[in-house]
Design a protein. Structure first.
Length: 151
């Protein structure tokens, strides 16, 4: 009688053991990628049709939410320089670990920036959000990302 091992390696064909664990996952991933390539898609194709442009607005004073004249000028320049842009994403940035109040402040700043861009170009699809960072130089600022269709 055996030592209780019901699944002795000799009873499992080598070809079945080949497709265990990570090898099976790799095989499935490779087959999925080949299928995507075969039908003419690539995983990054959705983003490849847009060319991004980034601009970080000048820092706001304290907890100010409304745009300064300098920030309005920066948004005007970005919108003017990218007349074919379709998407305009505004991200309010705050330091990791800051208060919920600061999260609201940077989110409101981002909303103000997107609203102003939409006034300048009503065809823009706008989106605003807030995110955290560990880089102190970005704390309280708004990052603008414009996406223009690529040719």
């Amino acid at each position: 009688m055996s030592s209780g091992n019901l699944h002795a390696p000799a009873l499992v064909p080598h070809s079945v053991r080949f497709f265990e664990g990570s090898r099976l996952k790799k095989l499935i991933a490779a087959l999925a990628l080949l299928c995507l390539m075969f039908i003419g898609l690539s995983p990054a194709q959705a983003d490849a049709k847009y060319v991004p442009t980034q601009k970080t607005l000048t820092d706001a004073v304290g907890r100010a939410v409304l745009l300064s004249d300098i920030q309005k000028g920066e948004i005007e320049a970005v919108v003017k320089d990218n007349p074919n842009a379709e998407k305009f994403i505004c991200t309010g940035i705050r330091l990791v670990g800051t208060s919920d109040r600061m999260n609201l402040v940077v989110r409101k700043r981002a909303k103000e920036a997107c609203d102003y861009a939409k006034e300048l170009n009503p065809k823009l699809s706008t989106w605003y959000q807030s995110k955290t960072t560990k880089a102190r130089s970005y704390n309280g600022r708004v990052l603008l990302v414009l996406k223009t269709p690529g040719n």
